[in-house]
Design a binder for this molecule. Structure first.
Ligand code: ADP
Ligand code: ZN
Length: 735
């Protein structure tokens, strides 16, 4: 419709869309008003319609009015994204140099990213135990631990469907049919205030930590709660959350792993019956995630417990943020928008003026330094909360004198044998899944590379026999009969993986019940919970596992931890490898002796005098951290410098290198006092036949690096580079 000369020009709506283009898109605003800012809108984009978020209204556009299209439907059923979340999205977009539309797309639940999702969602389904169900609970056989646990949970209060793992959903469906549980009407879910069940009497250290937190002026502060495993950090979080609930505010609690949510959820449910607790992680079905997210956005949820993506949950009454196991690498998203949920949590706390508590037994060196420099306030728990559960004794087994056979030293085998006799549980920790890291020709020493990646194939074993598998591109092949180099027939497994360790143990201890826990055995949803129940029910004597088992689990009957193959990390070219190893070993050691019986940790190593192991044996994180920080300072490495890594990949090495050389030249021309290293091949230089290389930008001051990155990224977007895909990783943690 042509505009008459005296009618006011139509307003423009600026929309954030999930595209690689770093700008907003202008549309004619139609009837949109200020109240629609933050709402999802449907807009024509190319041949299709897309969902975007309305971010701004303006009086004019730089584009000719005739080229502008009108907005489509505005979703006014769902509350708009709150202003603080929009501001956080913009901040994150600026810091990570990621388009704001893509940031907003990451933060919305998938069900709300789709054009069809403007309908009013149903309320979250929830369940309670009926009288028939209560009668049933008493007659369940004692070995039905999973069913008993679920019954008990339902008996304590309403349970939301979104909080149930698949296995339990199936149980609830069955019980609904039998009349043991009933669905609860949505209104009932909101009725009735919650209660706080009393916790244990605080230890002196816990009381002091809570006093410090409680007597601080209200508002933002970042706290680092450094507490040895089992020192009662979670109890501190629970007390803090109770305070927040008493003030009718919401608490956001982040955990690194989806496996850890059910266990922690249990503790929170038990402590805060009647309060609305939601779990938010990528394992939820789309509908559940949308429902949980809306519960948070509309202020119904009191506590949100979730993995890294939950850091972006809209929380109108936010009063506290907790980041548990803050050092964990899982807080860093490695793809797409590469953000650190821990850092975002701290920014969010500052923005909302609420305290942030970072907890760990082995804080990230970044956080430790922030605490040392006074930017974070340090709280320490140096002893286990349960007086009878002393920290485990760590023994270093010298593998040069006690030579391992099939991976095991005599000392470790003896330790495992003793535990079996006493009916106690053991854990053998080896951070390599598969049967063996490589296959080797005993005639000529040939090892088997992946034809598409710069990596060796890993030997796996399943029912059908042996397989060679690439852990990078997934290629799977049957092992050859003869060596392709020399024709020799003596092909052997070289080194140890979880499957081979399991096999060796089964031969050595035929009567032992052995359970292997690694990514191959836990890939199915819910299977991890089943394993945990088996261990708790003492149906397992020896656990064999990768770092998956190291985290946060409380196994009271576990008294021995054996560590195999840890030395690999000491010679890694990655400067963060030792920090990760120390954290992993502290975590895994922390699994031993959680109850009354003392725990023991045996670490097989050829370097028993290495400072890392020495600190570990003393449970001395501060000692390790001081030494590691000194090393980092000497090497001009983070946290003493800020870094950004430009990664690129293409079909040919020449194309990647040419792109990175050009990128470096553009950066040098900007001349902002940032060091630009030469482009180098990535550690994994070839994956699935794509060549990967990278260029590191580094600077002593974070702000100065940011000043450089903004114009640099704009130039990079203009660089020709046919077939080159690139991305920028600000504060990278893997190289
Ligand atoms: P962390 O999170 O530091 O590993 P947890 O909070 O899980 O430690 O506590 C370890 C164990 O000690 C748990 O079994 C917990 O119930 C118990 N616990 C924590 N605080 C206390 C306390 N003040 N008194 C008695 N037991 C406690
Ligand atoms: Zn491969």
């Amino acid at each position: 419709m042509p505009q008459s000369p005296d009618s006011p020009p139509e307003r423009i709506a600026r929309i954030a869309l999930d595209t690689p283009l770093d700008r907003l898109f202008d549309y004619l605003a139609r009837d949109a008003t200020e109240a629609d800012i933050g709402r999802r809108v449907e807009v024509p984009f190319g041949p299709r319609h897309r969902i975007g978020v309305l971010l701004e209204l303006a009086e004019g556009s730089d584009l000719p009015p005739a080229s502008l299209k009108p907005l489509g439907a505005i979703d006014r059923h769902t509350p708009p994204l709150p202003t603080d979340l929009l501001a956080l999205a913009r901040f994150v977009a600026d810091y990570y140099h990621h388009p704001v539309g893509a940031v907003l797309a990451t933060l919305l639940p998938p069900a709300l990213r789709r054009a069809s999702a403007a309908r009013r969602p149903e309320a979250t389904p929830a369940y309670r135990l009926t009288e028939a169900g209560q009668a049933q609970a008493a007659s369940l056989p004692a070995r039905a631990t999973a069913r008993i646990a679920l019954m008990e949970r339902l008996g304590r209060g309403i349970v939301h469907r979104a909080d149930l793992p698949d296995r339990e959903k199936a149980l609830v469906r069955d019980w609904l049919r039998r009349g043991w549980v009933a669905a609860v009407a949505p209104a009932a879910q909101m009725a009735g205030a919650g209660r706080v069940v009393a916790g244990p009497e605080l230890t002196g250290e816990q009381a002091r930590a809570l006093d410090a937190l409680g007597s601080a002026p209200p508002g933002f502060a970042a706290w680092l709660l450094h507490g040895v495993t089992g020192s009662g950090k979670t109890e501190v979080y629970l007390r803090l959350v109770a305070d927040v609930l008493a003030r009718e505010r919401q608490a956001l609690v982040l955990v690194p792993e989806i496996h850890l949510t059910p266990q922690l959820m249990e503790r929170f449910v038990r402590r805060f019956p009647g309060y609305k607790l939601i779990g938010l992680h990528s394992g939820l079905a789309d509908g559940e995630r949308r429902a949980a997210w809306l519960d948070a956005l509309e202020g119904r949820a009191d506590i949100v417990l979730g993995t890294r993506l939950a850091v972006f949950t809209p929380l109108p009454r936010l009063g506290l943020i907790v980041v548990d196991e803050e050092h964990d690498g899982a807080y860093k998203q490695m793809e797409g928008m590469r953000y650190s949920a821990r850092d975002v949590a701290v920014w969010r706390g500052r923005q909302r003026d609420v305290p942030v508590v970072l907890g760990s037994a082995t804080p990230a060196l970044e956080s430790w330094r922030n605490a040392r420099a006074g930017r974070y306030r340090l709280l320490s728990l140096t002893r286990r909360a349960n007086e009878k559960a002393a920290l485990p004794a760590v023994r270093l087994v010298d593998s040069r004198t006690d030579r391992p056979r099939q991976g095991f030293t005599a000392a470790l085998l003896a330790g495992l044998g003793e535990r079996l006799e006493r009916g106690e549980q053991s854990l053998v920790f080896i951070n390599r899944r598969g049967y063996a890291p490589t296959m080797l020709c005993n005639g000529c020493g040939h090892v088997f590379p992946c034809p598409r990646c710069s990596a060796h194939l890993v030997l796996h074993r399943n029912k059908a026999g042996y397989r060679l598998v690439c852990h990078h591109c997934g290629l799977t092949a049957r092992p050859p009969e003869a060596c392709p180099e020399c024709g020799g027939l003596d092909l052997r497994a070289a080194g140890q993986g979880t499957q081979r360790v399991e096999e060796t143990l089964a031969e050595r201890f035929p009567e032992a019940r052995i359970l292997r826990v690694d990514r191959d055995t836990t890939s199915r949803k819910g299977s991890f919970a089943v394993m945990r129940d088996q261990v708790e029910a003492r149906e397992v004597d020896i656990l064999v596992g990768t770092q998956i088992v190291a985290k946060g689990h409380d196994f009271p009957h576990l008294t021995l931890v054996g560590v195999i193959g840890a030395d690999h990390a000491l010679i890694s070219p990655d400067f963060r490898a030792t920090e990760r190893l120390f954290a992993q070993l502290m975590q895994v050691a922390g699994r031993a002796g959680r109850a009354e019986r003392a725990g023991e940790v045996l670490i097989q190593t050829a370097y028993p005098r290495h400072p890392l192991y020495q600190c570990l044996a003393r449970h001395d994180y501060p000692g390790f951290a001081e030494a590691a920080l000194k090393e980092r300072r000497g090497a001009d490495a983070p946290p003493y410098v800020s870094q950004a890594l430009l990664r690129a990949e293409a079909g040919s090495e020449e194309a990647v290198m040419a792109f990175l050389q050009a990128a470096r030249q553009e950066g040098l021309d900007l001349g902002k006092g940032v060091t630009l290293f030469d482009p180098v091949s990535a550690l994994m230089a070839r994956v699935a036949n794509r060549h990967r290389a990278q260029l590191l930008a580094q600077c002593g001051a974070r702000a100065r690096l940011q000043d450089f990155l903004a114009p640099w990224v704009a130039l990079l977007r203009e660089l020709p580079g046919a077939g080159v895909r690139w991305s920028l990783d600000v504060d990278p943690v893997d190289y």
